[in-house]
Design a binder for this molecule. Structure first.
Ligand SMILES: *Cc1c(COP(=O)(O)O)cnc(C)c1O
Length: 233
């Protein structure tokens, strides 16, 4: 896609978000667009940065690091949104501003210990597995969630912001809204001071905005369908 097109798509998505905020009684600009740039080049990311996009999400550390180096002259805010292995926490703590996929105390502890002193605390979302699919990461039991919240809140180099979810795919908008409202209710019930609900991807972000998303994570809506990335198979 040429750079003009990318910026046009970005504008169109912003318009969709604004329309949804308006339609569902959300304040204007209460939803942050996180552009998911996995499999995209640093040139495409730079184009979007130049036309005003600041937040980018990456799933794989090895893929993200070279792009981050190529873009270190920008003030891009990087979000880590992929599964986290213990041996990757140091680089994640050093290079990202946000991590959306924390679901274990041991990972939280390592991110805290490895967060460089000159950087502000790392923003954290706990990944919740609403549909309780065995194959997906995330926790669901309230006891587990409350325990992890307590641990993270005691770690000075982490700042707990809220919850993140990757629901199972459905085209049924009522079902999408039901899942997102479950996450919002969980937040309201467990700790309503948490300000972040990271929920909504290209196929369901309007439903997510309707139910209180504060960060929507969009890839294909902006870039078109991803090429299959054999590197990660
Ligand atoms: C890939 C990915 C997205 C973006 O998905 P699209 O359907 O392309 O918008 C969002 N969140 C996570 C965690 C992802 O891995």
């Amino acid at each position: 896609m040429n750079s003009n097109n990318l910026c046009h798509h970005l504008k169109a998505i912003h318009q969709n978000i604004l329309t949804a905020e308006n339609q569902f009684g959300r304040s204007p600009n209460s939803v942050t667009l996180l552009v998911v740039s996995k499999t995209q080049t640093s040139e495409s990311i730079r184009t979007l940065w130049t036309c005003g996009q600041t937040a980018f999400g990456e799933n794989y550390l090895q893929e993200a690091l070279p792009k981050m180096i190529a873009l270190q002259d920008t003030q891009i805010v990087w979000h880590f949104i992929g599964p986290i292995q213990h041996n990757k926490t140091r680089k994640i703590a050093e290079h990202f501003s946000w991590v959306h996929t924390v679901d274990k105390a041991s990972i939280a502890q390592r991110l805290n210990d490895q967060r460089p002193a000159h950087l502000p605390p790392l923003n954290i979302c706990i990944q919740i597995n609403i549909s309780q699919e065995n194959t997906k990461s995330g926790i669901f039991s309230q006891t587990e969630i409350m325990h992890l919240i307590q641990i993270i809140q005691q770690l000075p180099r982490l700042k707990l912001r809220g919850f993140m979810i990757i629901p199972e795919y459905t085209a049924d908008i009522a079902k999408q809204r039901q899942i997102f409202s479950t996450l919002r209710n969980l937040r309201d019930h467990i700790n309503n001071t948490l300000d972040t609900l990271s929920m909504g991807m290209s196929n369901d972000y309007i439903a997510a905005i309707a139910e209180g998303a504060t960060i929507v994570r969009l890839g294909t809506a902006l870039f078109g369908a991803r090429m299959i990335n054999t590197q990660h198979q």
